[in-house]
Ligand binder design. Structure first.
Ligand code: ZN
Length: 145
């Protein structure tokens, strides 16, 4: 039996088992039939982000941000570029801390932007402040295998 990777749908949060030897960029969700990777960050609320954290075999890179935060606006295009170029090695998620204070405090987010990397449900690395594309890439490579 081929090895399978659990990929959580960015549209409906269903957990899909994708054969690891198939090209995941073309895979579609078994429930909602949207593409599992769209090359854009998924904007999720706390409850949805927790489902991804719990069920994803891929590393998740979550950008905790807020609309009033200038450095967060500087981070946004870098994060979008990362999603466009680094999927499906990692899943890129944005969480608005003003709308979702619970998950931000659960993971000890104080200053924003804060970038947290999750693997197998755990925080494996984190960085506060604007983070460059090279760092995001190094995380996707380090935790993506
Ligand atoms: Zn779906």
């Amino acid at each position: 039996m081929p090895e399978k990777l659990r990929v959580v749908c960015p549209n409906c949060d269903a957990t899909n088992a994708v054969p690891a030897d198939r090209q995941p960029l073309s895979a579609q969700c078994g429930r909602c039939h949207e593409k599992l990777f769209k090359g854009v960050p998924a904007a999720l609320d706390g409850a949805r982000a927790r489902k991804h954290i719990r069920n994803s075999d891929l590393p998740l890179i979550i950008d905790f941000w807020a609309s009033w935060c200038g450095p967060c606006r500087a981070m946004a295009p870098i994060f979008e570029q990362a999603a466009r170029t680094l999927e499906p090695q990692a899943r890129f998620i944005k969480v608005d801390v003003d709308a979702n204070p619970d998950i931000a405090s659960e993971y000890g987010v104080q200053g924003i932007p804060a970038l947290l990397v999750f693997k197998n449900g755990q925080v494996v690395t984190r960085q506060a402040g604007v983070t460059d594309l090279g760092t995001l890439r190094s995380w996707a490579e380090r935790f993506g295998s």
